[in-house]
Design a protein around this ligand. Sequence first.
Ligand code: HEM
Length: 146
Amino acid sequence: MLAEHPDQRAELVGDRSLIPNAIEELLRYEAPSPVQARYMARHVEHHGQTVREGSVMVLLNGSANRDDRRFPDGDRFDIHREIGQHLSFGYGIHFCLGAALARLEGRVALDEVLRRFPEWEVDWDNAKMARTSTVRGWESLPVRTP
Ligand code: HEM
């Protein structure tokens, strides 16, 4: 994302206090766990539709993260966005137990990467997505630094 938005990357290099909100925007925009699922223990009504007991409901939290009703112009990546709460760590009783650790790791990693490599370009020809049923991210993302 930052290679595609070098202006925002340069802002982060110049002002590290922007990193925590940038991590939240990265989590919102590219949800690492974009789909959750629930087994229905009883019939429930949603938007006038009944979801039957015993069926499976798939929750598209990656899509909800871009819902314009909640995040104006949701397809725009903006490290200055006022985010409030995104759904990348889930919601409710199963909210991610590791969210605080994951946020901290993200902030430290981004800070260190920007310190050593303030600029890079992605070698898209050799980038490879990881394919799993629940997690979305890069298995391999080679970059070129100047
Ligand atoms: C960027 C990193 C991470 C993301 C995006 C993420 C995302 C999520 C999401 C969406 C859920 C909710 C699943 C659901 O509702 O079905 C969840 C649950 C959970 N996460 Fe994470 N997670 C991350 C890192 C971590 C880490 C580092 C740990 C542990 C050190 C962790 C431990 C857990 C556990 C134990 C649950 C289950 C909570 C429950 O069912 O009550 N996660 N995570």
